[in-house]
Design a protein around this ligand. Structure first.
Ligand code: HEM
Length: 343
């Protein structure tokens, strides 16, 4: 057997022979290609990590004894780090001026980063649905610059699998915190409202007392989100679990779940940061021209930035937090049960 050789292992002959500018070698097109390819390689890694995390959460009980929860959080933190680099990388491309770009821009029509299948797959696997997308008609192959039939189908097929968001909702719903049997010893602070679990009956009062006159409307929101409908894709029970984890996050058993929720918020925030940086770069590069992919350009990107948050419900929860000193004391049975390695 011959020794493994660096360039063979990495198949550098393929990678390094895959930059074929359409313009003359004097332009910045090589940079433009290299940076896109780098993004695509990182997208590939991100998809790989998200798939592992989805697999972990797809099991009925995330087994913390086997460290699955910590593997999931670790993988998601890696995704955060990759996205930090992806945001940073925009500044390398910004060393190309808009006149430099004009040298070869017309040769690229009607292709565009809009058609990045891997980027769309990341969005879809995280939980963004076609109908929630800004100008979703742009995606269909009804105009130049949309997706070809195969890629459009790939995106919609990915949507049929369980998204990370759906799996997180199910996981939150499965948490055993509010089984009545655990709350027998709970000392209610206020008279218990009929038909409402003891803790949540108290919580409504505590939250109400924490509101200033100007904030009274928040109580209606609290009712809606934590006592009736939930919020967005998160059911009432899922929202309750998330709020509970955020409130009692100092308990050791909640460290990982809290880390998980925070990391999901980080991913959403970094995706938005990337969208924002990319939009600013686009404005600076092409002003108000339409994109090579035939959208309105910066206008489209602004719409996507506004609309494509994935875990927005998690941020919403913070509206309903209270001061730590006002948190009710939990009964021992709950503290003991607050483990994700339930039998
Ligand atoms: C000169 C630099 C760039 C310009 C002027 C530019 C411009 C645009 C424009 C105008 C769009 C909207 C679709 C269209 O009509 O074309 C778009 C979308 C997009 N571009 Fe770029 N882009 C640049 C670099 C990049 C790079 C380096 C990437 C990395 C993969 C990228 C990825 C994307 C993605 C993923 C979208 C879809 C965004 C979304 O829907 O939220 N672009 N780009």
């Amino acid at each position: 057997m011959t020794d493994l050789y660096y360039s063979d292992y990495l198949e550098l002959d393929k990678i390094l022979n895959s930059q074929n500018p359409k313009s003359s070698l004097q332009t910045d097109e090589l940079l433009f290609i290299v940076i896109h390819q780098t993004y695509e390689l990182w997208f590939k890694q991100v998809i790989h990590e998200i798939d592992i995390v989805r697999e972990i959460f797809a099991s009925e009980k995330v087994n913390d004894n086997a460290g699955e929860m910590s593997i999931a959080v670790h993988k998601l933190k890696r995704v955060v780090k990759i996205f930090e680099v992806l945001v940073q990388q925009v500044s390398i491309l910004e060393t190309m001026t808009s006149m430099d770009f004009l040298e070869f821009r017309n040769l690229l029509q009607p292709s565009s980063g809009f058609q990045s299948l891997q980027f769309r797959i990341i969005e879809a696997k995280l939980g963004l649905k076609m109908e929630e997308r800004y100008k979703s008609e742009y995606y269909k192959n009804i105009r130049q610059g949309g997706f070809n039939v195969g890629d459009y189908e790939s995106i919609t097929n990915v949507e049929k699998e369980a998204t990370l968001k759906e799996l997180i909702v199910k996981w939150a719903e499965r948490t055993p915190f509010f089984d009545e049997s655990l709350w027998k010893e709970y000392q209610s602070l206020y008279p218990i409202e009929n038909g409402i679990q003891k803790f949540w009956s108290d919580y409504k009062q505590i939250y109400k007392n924490s509101l200033s006159n100007a904030e009274q409307k928040q109580l209606e929101m609290l009712e809606k989100v934590f006592y009736q409908d939930g919020s967005g894709d998160f059911s009432m029970n899922a929202m309750r679990a998330v709020l509970f984890i955020m409130m009692y996050r100092n308990l050791p058993i909640f460290h990982l779940p809290f880390d998980l929720l925070t990391t999901l918020i980080d991913i959403d925030e970094l995706l938005s940061q990337w969208r924002y940086r990319h939009m600013l770069m686009t404005r600076r590069m092409i002003g108000m021209r339409v994109g090579t992919g035939g959208t309105s350009g910066a206008g489209y990107l602004e719409g996507a930035l506004r609309q494509h948050y994935i875990f927005k419900e998690l941020n919403e929860v913070t509206t309903f937090l209270i001061e730590r000193s006002k948190l009710p004391e939990l009964p021992n049975a709950v503290k003991e049960k607050m483990s994700f390695n339930t039998k």
